[in-house]
Design a protein around this ligand. Sequence first.
Ligand code: ZN
Length: 332
Amino acid sequence: MSAAGPPQGAKAPSGGSDPHEMGERGGPIYCGRFAPSPTGLLHAGSLAAALASWLDARAHGGTWLVRMEDTDTPRCLPGADTAILQQLSALGLVPDETPLYQSKRSAHYELALAGLLAQNQAYPCTCTRSDIERVLRASGSQRPRHGELVYPGTCRHRRFDLPSPPDCVISANQAIRLRTTGLAPIHWLDRRLGAQQQNVATEVGDFVLRRADGLWAYQLAVVVDDAAQGITHVVRGQDLADNTARQILLQQQLGLPTPHYLHVPLVLGADGHKLSKQNGAQALDVGQPLTALNAAARVLALPAQLGSATDALTTWTHIWADAWAANPPATA
Ligand SMILES: [Zn+2]
């Protein structure tokens, strides 16, 4: 897999080169991934996303990879990565290559960040959450967005490589933010949700690439790794759709290709929110593989199967392929 993307600044409508370019053997390249955080075992919700990405890869005759999103090391559970792989394997979902661990990829994230800093596309920020709230309150624009605040740009004047004003001492205790002002709104086409758009500069603001505690932000790690793994198709839960514009923006700033995106329905907990460990998701029982797979398939509007898990996966792969062949998503 190559991390090479189009030249810096190259922009297709979806933000990068066409991931449907032909492979060496003449067929379209397809590479998908399932990217769990090893903060616990798989539950019904995470299996639906895993199954969707596996089926999409198989239906396209492509490659399916697993990536452990373990950058948030304090939240990771020792051994959860192995347990997740065992759960997937018991269900017949086996990655085509050795899983990638984000915790071992710091050097690659450093390199991407250094490039952005060198071009002044990113800058250091020492604002605390209460600093940000105070500035927003003073300007009368206290608009929470999914619980996050639009960064008011307090540190935007700073450069990483220049001496800072005395009140902005560069230290290890600083976050790095992407400069989003002046960047055009992002338009993208989700294969299920349709045309999407977001003005990251006004709706999110300059977002964090590396946190003040030194941990890598999800957005940077995902974008660097999707490119490094040659991911052409991202298939994941709808709760992550909101991150897509930020990721496309970062791909553009880093000169990386933009994959196709498909956000699949979520499994909801009893409280109507996305099923998670916080609202009672149970670790998946893989002792009855077909039962677990049928539950995930129901979320994806696939018919329940009898017989073996292997046969069910084969049947769903055909249904999935036929559905997309009969109703191909328009290209952006
Ligand atoms: Zn700041």
